[in-house]
Design a protein around this ligand. Structure first.
Ligand code: GDP
Length: 528
């Protein structure tokens, strides 16, 4: 191996080591958008200088990009914000925030190395929190927990720790502990060093918090019983052995906990420091042969998201690639794992929300947006040199089904193009039903709000008004041609073809009906 190749391989490993790629996940309203802004305030934004600083418009960083998102105040798309903090490069991946737990969030979680889970101090664990924790556990994603909104009245901190332990089975290991109950936040004690950091919101609040290290004596004088309560709680914590356990954190069995208030930037610096010090950098990734691809191997990455029309000024389709190994250079020719064909990466960009910038090079952990990459599909691997393939992204069984039609026959072509686009992006799955014909595709979704997004986009981007009729099915299973014949005789059951991969899906009103039919037809091939 030549000297220069060796040198660049070392460079890649060092660059990977500087990266922290994570997502902030939470139940809606816990403060994800606020936290994104609060994190970026500390950072030098690399990709989107205009996105955070300089606009003077607080909405600048918020990743809501579609009119619908703005109307509803929700974020339904994902992209990545890159910034530097100390000597690290942070990639913050945005996840959809709406109440529907869509496949999109799962896919984004395949592209991160850790996650920050925000809890609302007053609400504790909420339904979405529980689901997200579960996904992180299944994927062994290390989770840092940030108890947000400590500036507002809320739950008792020890009770919150109990709740995390009891309801999600992750052992909380607080790194900081609040002085003052929720609603009277004076600062935190760093449990590792024992120092007290007084925190105050900056005048106006939209800036970094004012922090001051203070001795225990001074703090006791100032905060009296609030200080004593904290010290007692810390003694209790010490007794239960809730100390940080790096191996447990990396194995996703324990979760470091921090307290703060994103809205006033309280505790946010501590979160960034913990991300740098404890969260894992990109590491060797398993490929579908079971072997691992080291970060300093040739370039490789996978498409975890496809999205169209991010910006009304650019009506195009972007494939987001998470780099797993090697150095990416704009213009390099890579192999597209799906087709084996060469793929030119001339139009590589970084983007977050409305903003996009050309990117010239990138390293493991980074996210690159490839513009007009219509050949790429979700889950595809791109690589240079020896073939690699990353495992298929998890697909979730849809539980909601609807027939979609347009009454405007002149718009049928646009309707079809729109449906194809939404399918390519994974906004919904598209099913073909022989019984209903070409003009009435069936949309399948994990959460019903995906239908709303689909309807809105068909209308706003393709100019097609559609009717959506919900179908009374809740459960699906894959089947085969023989299965289709058997199921023809069963009332209330339909078999359709998933357009994306020609899979035959049997749709049942509920899982009991599916089981009862399966019980009567032992020869029936059903794969739920
Ligand atoms: P998201 O839905 O998770 O993205 O939540 P947002 O960031 O939009 O926040 C929801 C609401 O909570 C907004 O009104 C925020 O101003 C508010 N909020 C977020 N963080 C804090 C916090 O630390 N303290 C207080 N008091 N309010 C907060």
């Amino acid at each position: 191996m030549s000297q220069s190749v060796l040198a660049s391989a070392t460079g890649v490993a060092a660059q990977a080591g500087r990266r922290r790629t994570f997502a902030v996940i939470s139940h809606p309203d816990a403060g994800k958008s606020t936290m994104t802004e609060a994190l970026a305030l500390h950072a030098r934004v690399i990709g989107q200088a205009g996105a955070v600083h300089g606009k003077g418009d607080r909405k600048g960083v918020v990743s809501d990009w579609m009119a619908m998102e703005q109307q509803r105040g929700i974020s339904v798309t994902s992209a990545a914000l890159q910034f530097s903090y100390r000597d690290a490069v942070i990639n913050l991946l945005d996840t959809p925030g709406h109440a529907d737990f869509s496949e999109d969030t799962y896919r984004v979680l395949t592209a991160v190395d850790s996650a920050v889970m925000l809890l609302d101090a007053a609400k504790g664990l909420e339904p979405q929190t529980l689901k997200l924790f579960e996904v992180c556990r299944q994927r062994s994603i290390p989770v840092i927990t940030f108890i947000n909104k400590w500036d507002r009245p809320g739950l008792d901190p020890l009770a919150l720790m109990d709740e995390i332990e009891q309801r999600i089975g992750l052992r909380p290991t607080p790194l900081t502990w609040p002085v003052g109950p929720a609603g009277q936040f004076h600062g935190v004690i760093d449990r590792r060093t024992g120092t007290f950091i007084r925190m105050q919101r900056s005048p106006g609040g939209a800036d970094l918090a004012i922090e001051e290290e203070m001795s225990a004596d001074e703090a006791k004088t100032l905060f009296g019983t609030d200080w004593d309560t904290s010290v007692e709680e810390l003694d209790l914590l010490a007794l239960t052995g809730a100390d940080h356990d790096q191996a447990g954190f990396l194995a996703a069995t324990t979760t470091p906990v921090l307290f703060g208030a994103a809205v006033a930037n309280l505790g946010v610096r501590q979160l960034l420091d913990v991300l740098l010090e404890m969260a894992p950098p990109p590491a060797a990734r398993p490929t579908d042969t079971g072997a691992e691809q080291p970060v300093d191997a040739n370039f490789s990455g996978f498409v975890f998201k496809i999205q169209a029309n991010m910006n009304r000024a650019h009506r195009d389709q972007v494939a987001f690639v998470r780099i797993n190994s090697g150095r990416f250079e704009r213009g390099m020719i890579v192999t597209h794992g799906g087709s084996g064909r060469p793929f030119t990466t001339k139009y590589a960009q970084q983007m977050f929300g409305q903003d996009r910038d050309t990117i010239d090079e990138a390293f493991p952990g980074d996210v690159v947006g490839l513009v007009n990459a219509t050949a790429l599909a979700i889950g595809d691997t791109l690589y240079v040199g020896k073939a690699v393939r990353y495992p298929q992204l998890p697909s979730f069984p849809p539980e909601h089904f609807a027939v979609v039609r347009t009454t405007d026959t002149s718009a049928f072509k646009r309707f079809r193009r729109g449906i194809e686009q939404l399918d390519a992006e994974g906004v919904v799955q598209v099913l073909r039903s022989d019984q209903r014909g070409d003009q009435s595709p069936v949309l399948a979704a994990v959460g019903p709000m995906q239908f709303e997004v689909a309807t809105f986009r068909l209308e706003s981007e393709f100019g097609v008004k559609v009717h959506v009729d919900h179908l009374p099915y809740e459960t699906t299973a894959r089947t085969d041609a023989a299965g289709r014949e058997i199921l023809r005789g069963e009332a209330g059951v339909e078999v359709m073809t998933r357009v994306r991969d020609d899979t035959l899906l049997a749709l049942f009103p509920n899982k009991w009906r599916m089981r009862s039919i399966a019980g009567r037809h032992p020869e029936l091939n059903l794969d739920a």
